[in-house]
Design a protein around this ligand. Sequence first.
Ligand code: MN
Ligand code: MN
Length: 494
Amino acid sequence: MLKRDEWLDLARKLDWSFSYVDEREVFPEVISGRPWLAQDAWKDWDEPYRTTYAEYVTNQHAKDVALDAVREAIGRVEDFQKHDASWLNGLKLHVATLPLAEFAAVVGNLRAGRFARDSAWRTTAALGALDELRHTQIPLLLMHDLVQWDPQFDWTHKFFHTNDWVAIAGRHLVDELLLTANPIEFAIATNFVFETGFTNLQFVGLASMAHHVGDRMFEKMVQSIQTDEARHAQIGGPVLQTVLKHDPAYAQYLIDKWFWRSWHFFAIVTGFAMDYLTPLKDRTASFKEFMEEWTLDQFARSLEEYGLKKPWYWDQFLDGLDQYHHMVYASAYTYRATVWFDLTLPGPEERAWLRLKYPNTWDRMEPIWERITERARQAGPGVEWYTHGVTPVAFCDLCQLVLCEGTTDANSARTYAHEGRKYIFCSEPCQWIFQTEPQRYAAHKSVVGRILAGEAPPNLLELVKYFGLTQEMWGKDVAGGSYPWLVNAKTNGA
Ligand code: MN
Ligand code: MN
């Protein structure tokens, strides 16, 4: 048998000149992506792992055996029931957005497995597709037994199939990023920006909190997934390098667009989990601190290495880092019947911690929590209450999330007319993304657009049914309003 080194390069680099068809017919620009370049321009594509299929199968098998052993030991319902209720609700949020997005990534990788422009790239993408299938199955398997205990865990599988407002936003992102992107946009958006830029927030940040909470199953799950991500994320760099050589403006555009879109996604999923749903004693750092260490420093450094600029909206983004997820969380807490997980009311100690971590902006959030706390105190323990009326809020026509950019005093929402239709955006970057590729986004209807078109009910109580929720599973206060500090307590976080 030949030794690995004697055949690997030949097998990985199996591109040839076509004689019966034109290269453009084999790799049409519409599905292979732009800039369209002859294969010669891609022939130096390489990544450091250079995994063979035999190695792949052996390694993945060992990972699954290790994960299964942990599941046998600590993956039963009783093991999960021991965890803090607030943490478990962060888990519900996280696992709902995860598996079917991973499945969409299978499709994106498979497209690259056929239409990417270099053979080694196609091979790595094919292994990436197998990775993402594994990432689909692991959380579905681990959470399945929990459904009989707590029906909110059913959203692990159900979430992306519903019209819940978070799911509409999730699909708007995932459909474009993973399901429909051509291999070039997929490599830069998913492999470079999303996987190397952001996923360490989960794999390092949230995993370290899981360790403190004592949720070793979650910790093991994300670590097992991370070893796959670290490998196929390597697809992005060499693609970016070639695109930069031929169309640097397009490369910069893809970076700017996908950094913004990824940021909004992680601000909700990870921002909520780290700054609100992880018990205070188990928080190892704030969401902002993790963003600074694991995203901003590293991402800025790799942009510099490639000769790219920071996105044009960088200052707006930094302002938002202090504020955005706090605004969305306060909104979600108030409208908690519109989501599938329970939310916690931050008490005096939590608010003092948040002031310490967000000294520039937290004072603006205080009056909001004062009002909410007062409402909870009046309602008394055990009574679910909602501060809002029956009118739904407005959503951004790009990211599909509630209009929470800007500050509590000056919301940065803006309107824009396109071909006779009026659109509303939460922020300048969301409007800019829409304006650059209106053909991609103009036909999509937000929640409000669906209500105006008669597709969704205007009354909030009816709307939650449209969202796929019933009273049994919709979001409530995590403690049922019973907080030791709430009665006769001074709740100011100062
Ligand atoms: Mn994955
Ligand atoms: Mn991945």
